[in-house]
Every structure is written in structure tokens, then in C-alpha cells.
Design a protein around this ligand. Sequence first.
Ligand code: CP3
Length: 349
Amino acid sequence: MAEILPPPAHPALFLRAAAGLETERPPVWLMRQAGRILPQYRALRAGFPDFKTFVKTPEAAAEATLQPVDELGVDAAIIFSDILVIPEAMGLDYEMIESKGPRFPKVIENQADVTSLAAGAEAAARLEYVYEALRITRRELAGRVPLIGFAGAPWTIFAYMLEGGGSKTFSKARRMLYTQPALAHNLLQKITDTTIAYLRQQVASGADLLQLFDSWAGELPPAQYRTFAVPYLRQICEALPEAPKTVFAKGAWFALEDIGELPCEVVGLDWNTPPAFARARAGEAKVLQGNLDPCCLYAPPALIEAETREMIRQFGRRHIANLGHGVYPDTPLDGVRVFVETVKSFQWT
Ligand code: CP3
């Protein structure tokens, strides 16, 4: 006989909040909650020779996705994968160097390199392992909490494809916007076409909401962000009316008016952006997500609790509680728990 689970305490609280509906408290989850912080994750990860093999094993990816839901009681799951699966699917292979980060043995330099990349549905078809992980997770979640799908924003993926990894200055990626703007647009369009096909498949496989991570947004001057980032974010948002969307553009406080005009429901904020500043620029219609400094979670419990409550008060209604960037790998689990529990015990009166 099938096990009968108790009904969820807050069915789809997260989706009600993302739709802009009034909720009794803000929902809470953490960027990068899947992987990194949980001992269960490290144990699971130890069974794989490398990160990529793990990511490409749907059962394991589903398990890593479920761990924070089971262990921390967050209000949403985010599929365990990486933004770099897109360059790989387009034909640009990467390696994940243990405790350092990604490295691309070959980078994009010229028109021939861009021409050689696959794009759109053809490239997205190579990501079947992500779709399978979503299907398994969705089944195992059994409606407990919604499932977030994601992709890197085109500018951030472009930056990785040109730099070959992280960078202090992003000068190779930024340089191309001035020296070869047509080529830059050509590559950004190919990334965008692939991302749209990919996210469509994610929704078809069970993703309830989609988040775009523009991790390197803050590296661009405002005019460049408007020319080389916003139009591609717009294309993606417009192409996916079937699911609510979150745009998280780290460091792009200067672009909040533009982001406020995108057809997305939620705007993610980093910890440098005061909630009132964001509300005034992104507009009344958006739900705001964020933005506690991830370093606050190293503080004593009373301070985490006070800062979290103050954050909720500053945002007011139409807020999804989160950190201002991904949770750091060495964050004490107890700090994470205090953050989650403080939000969950909050009650708007
Ligand atoms: O939010 C989640 O928990 C879902 C899983 C997820 C991962 N990466 C797993 C991962 C998500 C949403 C990402 C997004 C991602 N990946 C971003 C955007 C978010 C951000 O932090 O700005 C970026 C820039 C990357 C690229 C990337 N992947 C880097 C720089 C690194 C190395 C350093 C690190 O740990 O962040 C990764 C590896 C990676 N991606 C790990 C995990 C759990 C760690 C690798 C491991 O466990 O071996």
C-alpha cells in the first residue's frame, strides 16, 4: 500500500507569493541551497569522481535537490545542476576544478568559433539529463513544495565563454562589446535561443518557476547592460509565458528600472540593494526576492534573527525571503536553520 503523506502546511505558498498574492508570511529558500552546505550532499557527492558526472546522473541530482527540503524545511526546491551546462551543450566543454571553479580549455575568440557552436532546440536536446532529474524530483516532491528551474542569463554565460572561467576584470568579455559588437550580439542570440529551448523543456519536465542568474551583471556599465543584456532577458521572459520568472541580476542596481519593465514576476536582489530603493525603481507590480548578506549566517543566532526580521520589515509585503547571493559552502548549518525558522515563524498581522 502506498504511504499516505500528511497534507503540506503551506501548499504552494511560494507560488502564491511569486504571483503577487498576499501571503501570511514571506516564503523562504536559499540560492545554492542544493549542494554545498549539507553533510548529506557531501556524502552523496563523494560517490562521484567529479562534479560533472554527478550533475549528469539524474537520480543523484534529484536527491541533492530534495535534501534541503527534507533537512531545512525551505518553501521551494531548486534543481541541482549548473548554469554551465548550456555552454557545454552548445559545444564548449568545461572542467570543474575541485574547490576552485570552472575552467574552459577552449574559449570563444572569433566568428568561426561562434559559427561552430550549436544552438536552440538542437543544443537543448543534449540536456535530457536535466529534464529527467526534474521529472524524478517532481515525482518525489509529491507536491510538498514547488520546484525551481534555472539558467544563467545570456550575458553571464557569454562572459564564461570568453573568459574561460571566473575573472577579476572580465576584460575579455567586456572588450568584445566595444571591439566586435556584431559578433557579441551573434553569440548572445545563440545563447538566448538555446536558453529558451532549454527552459521550455524544464517547464515541460516539471519546473514550476524559472530563475535567471545574471551573476556578472554588475560588471557592465549601465548603457552596455541595456544594450547587451536586457534585450536578451526580455526575449527569454517573453518566450516563456507558461511559468513565472525571476530575474536575479547581481550588482545591477543601476538597471532596476529596465528590469522592472521586463515581463517577469520576481526581481532578485543582492545585499547591496536597499529594498526601498529597489521598490521605487522596479515598480509596485514586482515581487522582490532577497537579500540578506550570506555572511550574516555566521553570526550568533540572536543577530541572525534580528537581521532577518529587519529585512522582512524593510521589504514589507510582496517579498520572497532569500540571501543576496548563494549560500557560502562553509556556512554553519545552524545559522541557515535560524534564518529559515525566523522567516517561517514570522506572521504579518
Ligand atoms: O541553487 C542551487 O543550489 C542549485 C544548484 C546550482 C549550482 N550552481 C550547483 C553547483 C546553481 C543554481 C548554480 C548556479 C551557478 N553556477 C551560478 C549562478 C549563481 C551564482 O552563484 O552567481 C554560477 C556563477 C555558477 C558557476 C559555478 N559552478 C562556479 C563558479 C562553481 C565553483 C564554485 C562554487 O561552488 O560555486 C560551480 C560549481 C558548483 N555548482 C557547485 C555546486 C553545488 C560546487 C561543486 C561541487 O560540489 O563539487
